[in-house]
Design a protein around this ligand. Sequence first.
Ligand code: ATP
Length: 482
Amino acid sequence: MSMQILVADDDSAIRTVVSQALMRAGFEVRVTSNIATLWRWISAGEGDLVITDVLMPDGNAFDTLPRIKNSRPDLPVIVMSAQNTFMTAIKASEKGAYDYIPKPFDLIELVAIVRRALSEPRPGAQAGAPPEELQDSMPLVGRSPAMQDIYRALARMMQTDLTVTITGESGTGKELVARALHDYGRRRKGPFVAINMAAIPRELIESELFGHEKGAFTGAQARTSGRFEQAEGGTLFLDEIGDMPMEAQTRLLRVLQQGEYTVVGGRTPIATDVRIVAATNKDLRQLISRGLFREDLFYRLNVVPLRLPPMRERVEDLADLARHFFARAEKEGLPRKTLNQGALDVMRRYSWPGNVRELENLVRRLSALYPQDEITAELVEHELSNDAASSPAMENDRGRPIDLSAAVERYLADYFASFGEGLPPPGLHDRILRDVEYPLIAAALAATRGNQVRAAELLGVNRNTLRKKIRDLDISVVRSIR
Ligand SMILES: Nc1ncnc2c1ncn2[C@@H]1O[C@H](COP(=O)(O)OP(=O)(O)OP(=O)(O)O)[C@@H](O)[C@H]1O
């Protein structure tokens, strides 16, 4: 007997293509344009699977999902929506949908999901009420296909404790995703503890992570707890995992294999209940081949790999992200700004080596430094050229800014080389100092929201000197209202 699929969508074109595709795949299909009919069928025990749109003329499918889950916990429901945001994916998962499919979708993929849903044993009703207080906040912004994939993957992982490894260039949002996994997952009531392997001296990493007994090493004057202990019952975010020393890797592997560890200098194994989320901007496979990362640990960590795409692969998200950051700046008391089309075009053509973080900083500068309400292409070009002049030389292989004079040295070597046998035009000293001074003063003003008294204090220069420099360097300043 063929399986019956119930399809609900108020768009007749969608009903037609979906039902044709399903019938071709051998399913029996019933279609409706409203929730009332869908609910009537479901409560009468009809259908083996449901595909429904979210917004319908007579209601919202999310409001009906709990009822469906109550009366028929084993009935898989696939939710389709054109509102392709993080919250839609999360809501679908929290309300117990089997899967969420952003519109427009691929029919082949839809049929594949239907087959998978029908062949899997159903675990029954999903547990856990949605976290009401988090319903309206939107931690992750962007509706590009690349981000859709991330949202769906996250929604599936929310209800699990699987170990996740997030890869992506610096500033792509790895830490934000790790937090979202925690805040919307079933450990949200527990602690979220983050530790960055690249930020701690290597010899201290093991004791930071696992704690140490009194006298475990010189200077260990008392027993201290490690991050594992602090994260008990919650999530431990291991940032820059590629920088983890070998001995710590071995201890971590044991946690993942046996669910226990020993503190440095201790003997008794301690059981632990911590979800691990790791992140890296390095290629771990390459580190493995160079003998710097344990392969067995890699496989344990990489249970669910998540790759965050760089900004340049999701330019569709620029407008949403910029609007989000401008709105945030406004909340902080800076004047309201909008980008015009030309400005957006310039941003779409830019390569964003610093990814979302670079965009966030750009928006902050644009909000703080310019009086115009509408941001134009020229302003964006001006700010980006200041960024681009320095950024390629400014990052080492960890994606962190390196020593400023080393960066200037590298910049100058390239600069001189570009004149071949000849010399650059005279006046180099002033030009270079100006190039350093401009971003320095702009950053100080942005950080103090345009408050010149505080900016002068921060820079350690006299207020009149700052005023003169702002004039000479032609920096526009707006005071924030707060
Ligand atoms: N999709 C997004 N929506 C909103 N804000 C974002 C998004 N992605 C990143 N951000 C913001 O961009 C900044 C950089 O993100 P985050 O620190 O998570 O990046 P990261 O990949 O962990 O960087 P690093 O590797 O340098 O530590 C943060 O301020 C974060 O809030």
